[in-house]
Design a protein around this ligand. Sequence first.
Ligand code: ATP
Length: 270
Amino acid sequence: SRAQAMQVESSPDVSYEDIGGLEEQLVEVREAVEEPLLNAQQFADVGIEPPSGVLLHGPPGTGKTMLAKAVANETDATFIKMAGSELVRKFIGEGARLVRDLFELASERQPAIIFIDEIDAIAAKRTESKTSGDAEVQRTMMQLLSEMDGFDDRGEIRIIAATNRFDMLDRAILRPGRFDRLIEVPNPDIEGRERILEIHTEEMNLADDVDLAAFAAETEGLSGAEIASLTTEAGMFAIRDDRTVVEQADFHDALAKIDQDEETGSQPVA
Ligand code: ATP
């Protein structure tokens, strides 16, 4: 059913302050999504159409979903999420109808932000994916494109999609009037990592020896999600040691554990 396929939040509890790093990305998302929702009249006065869809692309766990939720929260928009992979896996034969339902629901609940995660699952180049040859997947994508093409008169609805597989996308979805705003969301740099550590340790009981800046320097290449799970893991080490204060050594133990999990192939908790 519709309820299973879509996740609806009337105003998600993620704010801009919860996002570490990604300052430029946030500016771009706000310009493309927030401005048209809050100042529709200004776009009309200037006489231009705001960007139709924004595509966030980058590695897993870098904050793409957070960006979309935060802009929905800050604009008091309904956040409607649909996962491309679920459309293809769980709702076989229903993809096109669900896309139609998605836009219908958004129009009932506007202002609304439609978030399509893993859009590559429904919009991969024919040559690059087994599933994209599937007529059903093609129909789902055609429905999405036609909803977007008929978008001008839909009012206060913006669309954000996300992918970890930008190279796989069918270029048809990137044409003007579709996902014509591309925003890369990379793994955090050292300042971003420090900020993410600060955000995720805000409620933690940290010892005086904890130096988040120094730890940020040691976590190069990790995503925001991995850094978030490191902070939880550090807390677990303190608990194992029957302490209520988390020390710098706990962060090092957490990092060593993640490195080890990576070697043995077990997945870190995101
Ligand atoms: P995926 O591509 O796997 O869907 P994503 O890019 O959408 O991932 P999110 O779902 O936004 O990533 O992030 C997962 C979790 O990781 C967040 O709920 C948050 O706890 C943490 N996180 C990721 N990036 C950041 C960030 N930039 N700042 C703060 N926390 C972050």
